[in-house]
Design a protein. Structure first.
Length: 188
């Protein structure tokens, strides 16, 4: 029996680093909600390891990329998905022109700095730590959950692969790395 884990949704249909500033800001304000690249999900997902985990429920952000990932995993596992608003990615107002012109890493750093200022409701996630559920959320939001639950150093999480790569995340009870991605590793 597995513990509960939180992972980042599957890859977008579009690469956010290639969006112009206007399109990126629509994404950050949740005015644009791109779906996932289903072919990439099929290639990366290790369904055999997923089935071995015995999850009993899937919780998902209501944003399309998380919801579509959850629906695919639900189909593999034959278990229900429940959407939770507290799992949605943070809303950001925008990115200053100067930061945008410096490139995608500067934008990412700017958003990470804004993420640190945001809080999350962790009662839901703390309740899941004793169960066996799969939670699908977003990279910036996951950092906040991790910090609230495990009291970590935000600076260390900036480049941690569990928050940057799709289908990766952490175990709620131990904080250890977890992945459903064949390219990254195995589900812990």
């Amino acid at each position: 029996m597995s513990g509960s884990i939180m992972i980042r949704h599957s890859a977008y249909q579009v690469d956010w680093t290639e969006l112009d500033r206007e399109e990126l800001e629509k994404l950050l304000r949740h005015e644009k909600d791109p779906g996932i690249d289903e072919e990439k999900l099929e290639q990366q997902l290790d369904t055999e390891k997923l089935r071995d985990q015995n999850f009993t429920k899937i919780y998902s952000s209501s944003l399309k990329r998380a919801r579509q990932t959850a629906e695919k995993l639900s189909g593999v596992l034959d278990i229900p998905v429940e959407e939770k608003e507290e799992l949605k990615e943070h809303r950001f107002k925008g990115v200053p022109e100067k930061v945008f012109q410096e490139g995608s890493e500067a934008v990412r750093q700017y958003l990470l700095d804004r993420t640190r200022e945001k809080s999350v409701e962790t009662d839901f996630t703390r309740e899941q730590a004793a169960g066996s559920v799969l939670v699908i959320s977003h990279g910036f939001k996951m950092r906040n959950f991790y910090l609230e639950i495990f009291d970590g150093d935000f600076g260390i999480l900036r480049n941690n692969r569990r928050f940057r790569n799709y289908l990766t995340g952490f175990d709620f009870s131990k904080g250890v790395f977890a992945s459903l991605n064949q390219e990254i590793g195995r589900l812990v």
